[in-house]
Structure formats: structure tokens, C-alpha cells
Design a protein around this ligand. Structure first.
Ligand code: TXA
Ligand code: MG
Length: 318
């Protein structure tokens, strides 16, 4: 199993040796490698079992570090970066020559963000190297929000997990691309489109299909091993139709016709942020319980609720 610790210097030493280290962020834990070490990047793909066609997000300490990695910093991107960094917003840029294509899966663009986690920011500042990091879960599985979850899933494949406590957002970053100063939403995430719109004073557009690699290219993703059914509303008929040990994943209210101990609320106070914070943590626990089926109720689409529904929809695909 990996060593779990708080030692930034130890994490840097492993990274400098070309190893892959798990890092905390405000969204989910990441599986990090120095972008300038091709073998380390290769290890990231191997440890995760991730297809080589799926590019990685690069994490940097600040806007200045990001500038070196991009060919051009669009005005709109600068506005977003100044408003949301450090924070859960990933921006796609045309990459500079410095960024190896191993990180971008051969594409001419690079995804960059400045994460908002004190321990990781300290690491990025003192190491002064960009870190490529996908979420620290096996490909297609649920993202981890604690060091222990990383250890259970990947502890036998990596030397060190930097423990930054439980991730405060609990859901991945929002990913946007900028074309002709227009902002396209590639993945809903911890920052709602409405927050971006209020900064820009114009609308964010949904990304259409492109031939390039993007977060929507895999229909199934973020999935527990237990089959998951996503429904608008949980009804008695539905529960009767399905046999076996069923868990209910609910927004803020219990269901009166199912065993209480098999019901899991994402938020007691009907707070979408609280629901996002609980989502992966509860899914990890549910998966360990040996249920035959999880029936999840759709969340209200407001704010971060859209990202939660996106993850639940992908988790329900088989
Ligand atoms: O919150 C997060 O974003 C977490 C933490 C660790 O930072 N990271 C994360 O990484 O969710 P990952 O690899 O699990 O998801 C990154 C997504 C992938 O779906 C990938 O297709 C997309 O970002 N992506 C990366 N580079 C891209 C690019 N150049 N163009 C379009 N999409 C890109
Ligand atoms: Mg992921």
C-alpha cells in the first residue's frame, strides 16, 4: 500500500524520481506526474487504465505558470482565470511548444487549472513544475474524495498519497473552451455555468460534438460497480418491479415506502453544494455494501445540480 502523509517534500522527491503521486485538490484527488517526464506521464495512464486518447489536465500554481504553457491567453480566458483561479475551472488553450503531446493525447490544445487547495498550492509553488493529473480512480470508476479511497483503489500501484483531508467540493472542475472569445461548456462541474455567465455578462454555450478528445466522449463514466438506475421520481411501482437489495440515493427527503437504513440523502438541507460534496463519498460507501441496485433520484438542475445529474447519468449507462 502507498504511504499516506502530509509531507510536501516527500511528494516532491517521488515526483522528481519520475513517480506518480496522489494529490488532494478542492474537487477530487488527482494522480499527478511532472509533465516533463514522459515515462511518468505514461505511468499515469497505466495506473489508471486510461485510454491514450484521453488527455490530462495540467495543474499550475498561478496565471504566470499557465502563460508559459499556452500559445496565447485570450482576453476572456484571462477574465475567467482572474475570477475563478485558484478554483475548480479548467480552461482549454492552444498549447505552447513546452507542453509535451504525451499530456495532451496528441492534440494541439492543453487543459489547465490552478487548484484551490492549500497543500497542493504549496507543493506547486515549491516544486515549480506543472503537474498533469487526472482524477485518482481506475478509468470509468467513481472519483475519490479522501486519501483512504485513493489508497483502496490504487494504493498498490503508487508510492505516496499526499493527504489533504476530504475534498471540499467533491465533484470535478468545470471545463470550458474559448472560441472567438465565446465560452463553450465541455463538462459541467463545481462552478455553475450561471456563475461564469455573471462574470462574462454573456451566455455560455453548450459544446456540440467535435472530432477532438473531450470530456463527453465516453458515454459511461464515473460508475460504481453496482448497477445504478437514474429516475425522475421514485415510486412504489418501481421498487416493486425491482427485486433484490436496493439502495435509494435521494436528494433531501426520505421515501416513505422503503427501509430507512437503505436510504441515503445527499443533502439534509436541500443544498446542491452539500449534495455534490456527498455524492462520490456516498457512492463509494454504497458500492462497498453489496447492493444489487442503486436507484438514484435526479437532482434539481440548479447550480451544481447540473454537474451532479451529469455524473449520475453517466454512472447509469451500462
Ligand atoms: O477537478 C478536476 O478536474 C480533477 C482534479 C484532479 O483536478 N481532474 C479531472 O481529470 O477530473 P480527469 O482526467 O478525470 O478529467 C479531465 C477531462 C477528461 O475528460 C479529458 O477528456 C478532458 O478533461 N480534457 C483534458 N484535456 C483536454 C483538451 N485538451 N481538450 C478537451 N478536453 C480535455
Ligand atoms: Mg476522471
Amino acid at each position: 500500500m502507498a504511504i499516506i502523509g502530509y509531507d510536501i517534500q516527500a511528494a516532491i522527491e517521488w515526483l522528481e524520481k519520475g513517480e506518480v503521486v496522489a494529490i488532494p485538490t478542492e474537487t477530487v484527488y488527482g494522480l499527478a506526474a511532472n509533465i516533463f517526464f514522459p515515462e511518468a506521464i505514461e505511468k499515469v495512464y497505466k495506473v489508471k487504465g486510461r485510454p491514450a486518447s484521453n488527455p490530462l489536465i495540467v495543474h499550475v500554481a498561478d496565471i504566470e505558470q499557465a502563460r508559459r504553457l499556452v500559445r496565447f491567453f485570450p482576453e476572456t480566458a484571462l477574465k475567467l482565470a482572474k475570477n475563478f483561479w485558484p478554483g475548480p475551472l479548467t480552461i482549454i488553450f492552444d498549447k505552447s511548444e513546452l507542453v509535451p503531446v504525451t499530456v495532451t493525447a496528441g492534440q494541439a490544445t492543453v487543459a489547465i487549472r490552478v487548484p484551490d487547495h492549500p497543500l497542493l498550492l504549496q507543493l506547486l509553488q515549491s516544486y515549480n513544475k506543472p503537474l498533469a493529473a487526472p482524477s485518482a480512480n481506475p478509468f470509468n470508476y467513481i472519483s475519490p474524495v479522501t486519501a483512504e479511497q485513493v489508497n483502496r483503489m490504487l494504493g498498490n500501484k503508487i508510492p505516496y498519497i499526499l493527504d489533504g483531508g476530504r475534498c471540499k467540493k467533491g465533484i470535478e472542475s468545470t471545463i470550458v473552451a474559448i472560441e472567438d472569445e465565446k465560452v463553450k461548456l465541455l463538462r459541467p462541474g463545481a462552478i455553475a455555468a450561471a456563475e461564469i455567465e455573471s462574470v462574462l455578462q454573456h451566455n455560455v454555450v453548450e459544446a456540440g460534438k467535435t472530432g477532438l478528445a473531450h470530456p463527453g466522449m465516453f458515454k459511461q463514466h464515473y460508475s460504481p460497480n453496482t448497477p445504478l438506475l437514474l429516475v425522475e421520481e421514485i415510486t412504489l411501482n418501481l421498487l416493486k418491479k425491482n427485486s433484490g437489495k436496493i439502495a435509494l440515493l435521494l436528494y433531501n427527503k426520505y421515501c416513505s415506502f422503503h427501509d430507512m437504513e437503505k436510504q441515503y440523502l445527499l443533502s439534509f438541507n436541500a443544498q446542491p453544494e452539500e449534495a455534490a460534496w456527498n455524492l462520490y463519498d456516498i457512492l463509494h460507501r454504497l458500492d462497498a455494501h453489496g447492493y444489487d441496485l442503486i436507484i438514484a433520484e435526479k437532482m434539481p438542475e440548479t447550480g451544481i445540480g447540473k454537474a451532479i445529474n451529469d455524473r449520475l447519468t453517466k454512472a447509469s449507462q451500462r
